[in-house]
Design a protein around this ligand. Structure first.
Ligand code: PMP
Length: 402
């Protein structure tokens, strides 16, 4: 008799199961549109040249050792990451009421912050967009939140934002609820609020006394411009909000497996930094004690070196413009084939992902019949498209929806 004989089979994580099915598929023209990782025009993963340069410099630096980092991580990294998000001239930076915590990528930042919030909030309700990155729910629930609720986001009829629904749901949220907001390049829809819509969202959040928690996994990936992609977060800070923002360096640095992220904490009073930091320290100490150094050293090396910083911005522009180009090509090919429906949303959306509007049945058909791997929600990653396979994908979509 095992201690574990009662353990039930858990449900697979869709995106990882999809990648495995893709890898196991022997069909020559198979396409992976599931994975949320950048691919070159040849369909290959890309290690950014600035990352290689930083790794070489670090390998030759004999002053570095393998000692523990502080519990909240490497300060030269978290300070640079926070400034990259908020800007040097941000009021919270100038008034010394913000700090960063080095975390295990974006997921780790979400988890550490959710755990802290679950400890200090009375009611523990979080709100996420419908749809959202599927891990938000699991992260907040395992961190001790009692209830997760949806706010409306996607309107399938318009293939755009259900802004009225979003505002109504936030208006009805109980005070002190935590609202998860995608800072830019919304995953999975690729559809972001406009500047004026962000202003309205901020107003409701203020009025209803809700707590804004930004998830920023794609800074630079939406527009190719780091400042522009941070504008929603910066706007909230300018409006005087206290907020958290989970930053991931997986996508914009191509550091998927290094697990390097930052939690930016913005408070309204510098005196609160010490007690808040001390509680975060206890959260991290009880969870994984202290973070690993490799990824943080790479990012800090680049962010703190003006020349490499500029080169890195070029890399980001390369990646985002290839994505924008593939969006265009897919739309044009679908229109050329006279595929039923309106495909303009493909070029209106931004970032890595788009909701195609394909139903679950149609998405499964794409996988089964055409060996084109995509989530059953109809989400595709533009990074999986290349000049070589875009026509094959468009023809498959055409066959599927016709
Ligand atoms: N939030 C969102 C919306 C994401 O899409 C991702 C990456 N898929 C993350 C957070 C976190 O990713 P990571 O932990 O790899 O940084």
């Amino acid at each position: 008799m095992s201690w574990f004989s009662e353990v039930q089979q858990g449900s697979p994580v869709e995106v990882f199961a999809l990648t495995k099915a893709y890898n196991d598929d022997i069909f020559e023209n198979k396409v992976n549109l599931g994975v949320g990782a950048y691919r070159t025009a040849e369909g290959k993963p890309w290690v950014l040249p600035v990352v290689r340069a930083a790794e070489k410099a670090l390998a030759n630096d004999d002053t570095l050792n393998k000692e523990y980092l502080p519990i909240l991580g490497m300060e030269s990294f978290s300070t640079a990451a926070t400034r990259m998000l908020l800007g040097e001239d941000n009021p919270a930076v100038l008034q010394n009421r913000t700090f960063g915590i080095q975390t295990l990528s974006g997921t780790g930042a979400l988890r550490v912050a959710a755990e802290f919030l679950a400890q200090v909030l009375g009611k523990k309700i979080f709100y996420y967009s419908n749809p959202t990155w599927e891990n938000h729910k699991l992260v907040f629930k395992t961190a001790g939140f009692e209830e997760g609720r949806e706010y409306r986001y996607w309107n399938n009829a318009t293939r755009g934002l259900d802004f009225d629904g979003l505002i109504e749901d936030l208006r009805n949220a109980p005070e002190h609820s935590v609202i998860i907001l995608h800072a830019c390049a919304h995953n999975p829809t690729g559809c972001d609020p406009s500047t004026s819509q962000w202003a309205e969202i901020a107003e409701v959040i203020k009025e209803r006394r809700l707590f804004p928690f930004f998830d920023c996994a794609y800074q630079g990936f939406a527009s190719g411009d780091l400042v522009k992609d941070a504008s929603a977060v910066r706007y909230f800070v300018q409006q005087g909000f206290e907020l958290f923002c989970a930053q991931s360096f997986a996508k914009n640095f191509g550091l998927y497996n290094e697990r390097v992220g930052n939690l930016t904490v913005v408070l309204n009073n510098p005196d609160l930094i010490a007690p808040v930091k001390s509680q975060f320290t206890l959260v991290v100490r009880g969870m994984y004690s202290n973070p690993p150094s490799h990824g943080a050293r790479i990012v800090a090396h680049v962010l703190n070196n003006p020349e490499l910083y500029n080169q890195w911005q070029d890399h980001i522009r390369n990646m985002s413009s290839r994505i924008i180009h593939m969006r265009k090509q897919l739309r044009e090919t679908l229109e050329h084939l006279r595929t039923p429906g309106d495909w303009s949303h493909l070029t209106q959306h931004i970032g890595m992902f788009s909701y195609t509007g394909l139903s679950e049945v149609q998405s499964l058909h794409m996988v089964k019949k055409h060996h084109i791997y995509m989530l059953k929600s109809g989400r595709i990653s533009m990074c999986g498209l290349t000049p070589q396979n875009v026509e094959y994908v468009a023809k498959a979509i055409n066959e599927t929806v016709s």
